[in-house]
Every structure is written in C-alpha cells, then in structure tokens.
Design a protein around this ligand. Sequence first.
Ligand SMILES: Nc1ncnc2c1ncn2[C@@H]1O[C@H](C[S@+](CC[C@H]([NH3+])C(=O)[O-])CC(=O)[O-])[C@@H](O)[C@H]1O
Length: 326
Amino acid sequence: MNLFAQDLIAVAHSPLQHWLTTLPAQLENWQKEQQHGELPKWLRCVAQLPHIEPQHVSLADTVTINNDSVSDGEQNRIRGLMMQLTPWRKGPFDLHGVHIDTEWRSDFKWQRVLPHLSNNGDLSGRQVLDIGCGSGYHLWRMLEAGADQVWGIDPGQLFMAQFMAIRHFMPAELAARAHWFPLGVEDLPELRAFDTVFSMGVLYHRRSPIDFLTQLRAQLKPGGELVLETLVVEGDEHTVLVPGETYAKMRNVWFIPSTKALLHWMSRVGFKNARVVDESVTTLEEQRATEWMQGQSLADFLDPNDRSRTIEGFPAPRRAVIIANP
Ligand SMILES: Nc1ncnc2c1ncn2[C@@H]1O[C@H](C[S@+](CC[C@H]([NH3+])C(=O)[O-])CC(=O)[O-])[C@@H](O)[C@H]1O
C-alpha cells in the first residue's frame, strides 16, 4: 500500500494541488530507490502498536494522548515498540502513560517562537510547512495553535517512523490534518502556497545558505510569514563562522552567521521586514541525554573547563529566531 495515499488525497483537496505535479513521482521514486535498510523494521514497529481510543488529547508542552482504561500490558507493549525507534531527539511525548523524554525539550524552542508569530500566535485557517521537522513534534504544536493543515518534510526516515507512531495514536480528526513527507528542502518546487513556513535547525546543515533562503521564500504565499531558527555567532554583518570538520561534534555544519549577517543575506534574497525576535544560548536543560537518547549530548559537546566554548574551541551553541515576510 502506498504509505502516503491519504496524504496525497489531502494535497488534492488543499490549496497545494499544484504540488501534485512533482510529489507523487518523487514519493514513488523514494519508495523504490531511497529507502533506508532499517525502514521496514521501523514501520513494522508502528504497525504493531495497539489500537487504543484516544480519550484525552493535549497538544501542549508534552504532547499527550491518554485513555483511562489502558492496561499494563498495552503500556509495556507501547514502551517496547517505541524503544525500538530510538534515538528519540525531538519531543517530549506521553502516549498512554509512556513518557518519551526526548534528547531535546523542543517545547523550549516553541516557547521562544510562538509569542512572536503574527496574530498573537494564532495559526487558524493556515496551511503551514515545517522544513526539517524531525519527529514532527512542532507539527502538533502548530495544530494546537489552530493551523488548518500542517505539512512536514525531512529526509530522516527514522523520524518519519516516529511521526507515524505518534500519529497512529491521534484522534482521526487531528491525524487527517498532519502530514510528513521524506523530502529535503531541495526537493520542493516553487510552490508559493503556504501561509507560514517554519525552518528550524536546518540552515547550518546547508552548503549554500543563500540558495536555501531562496528556496524557503519560494514556498510562501504573498503576505505569508517565514519563521527561521538557526545557530548564530556574535558579531557584525560581516561575521560568519565556517567551522572545521566538526562543530559541537556535528559533522555537517557549514555556515553560522551573526544575526546581522543573516538579516543581510535575507534582504539580498528579497525577504522584507526581517527581524530577530529571540537570541539565546542553548542550555543543558534543553539538550541532554535521556533514557530515550543514550548517546552523547550537549554536555559532551562543550569544553568541560569552559562551558562557553565547544569542545573544538568555538563559541557554544547560540540560536536565533528570525521572522520575515516574502
Ligand atoms: N536537506 C534537508 N532538507 C530538510 N531537512 C533536512 C535536510 N537536511 C537535514 N534535515 C533535517 O533537519 C533537521 C535538523 S534538527 C531540527 C529539528 C526541528 N526542526 C527542531 O527545530 O527541533 C536540528 C539538528 O539536527 O541540528 C533534522 O531532522 C534533519 O534530518
């Protein structure tokens, strides 16, 4: 069965219909050529999850789904299957009493973003795209904020399985409004159709940040809103850090601009009214190893004698949120 059949029907019934000129062929090609070797195993875990009527649902800081009569056996089954989908990086979630304490407290980032969106954070009636959405934690928060439909893309296939596991437990009405496609930003045509585009934690992974910003702008409707979150350094509009082989032990980090440089790049590609609404240093409360992500985390990426530096001697991770219009 086509994994994305329902999502493609949703595209056909949305203002994004023109996406159907490229999307079905890309997904078909992905299913034939690009599947991760472990994906069948991850999808089997999702298929084995018990079917439990969601009684209480809260899309708040911990995305929670509950039913008062869940048995210990069902809980153990959920825990065992979800553990097979580790590492869990973005969350937290609580599924029928199984608390998934992810590496990141992604709710902290949402608190830094939400108050600065237009309409006081009300996304009612909006088509929202999240580029690099990971497990899709923020997609659920966007639905909490009233979005009509939320669309996440990310090339990470484990994250897709995690999203599908969470969606499995959601009430049908919410599940039908949340979509996830295994695409990179570079796979998107110029849709110019979304009311809000989020891209958080992706810019520094791109080799060409100017092309990336251009791609983001090409997804927005006239009058839409971009929410960009990325690593930054302190400095003037000519300051950009291009780290060596690793930054905070991450291998795929290319450009870390100052906020002034980033605003300059954004104006060069045509964004209007770009403004920094938050800038903060990542704390050990926000990113840490847990039972659900037992590998190394921020504490291991910083200089043990000087927490203001990474292990490589660069400034420690500092992140900015920028809002702009196309
Ligand atoms: N070409 C690409 N196109 C789209 N996504 C990509 C690409 N390359 C990598 N990614 C994805 O971008 C996400 C970045 S994580 C931010 C998650 C969430 N947004 C968060 O803000 O918590 C932060 C980090 O890993 O540093 C991962 O899920 C990648 O798979």
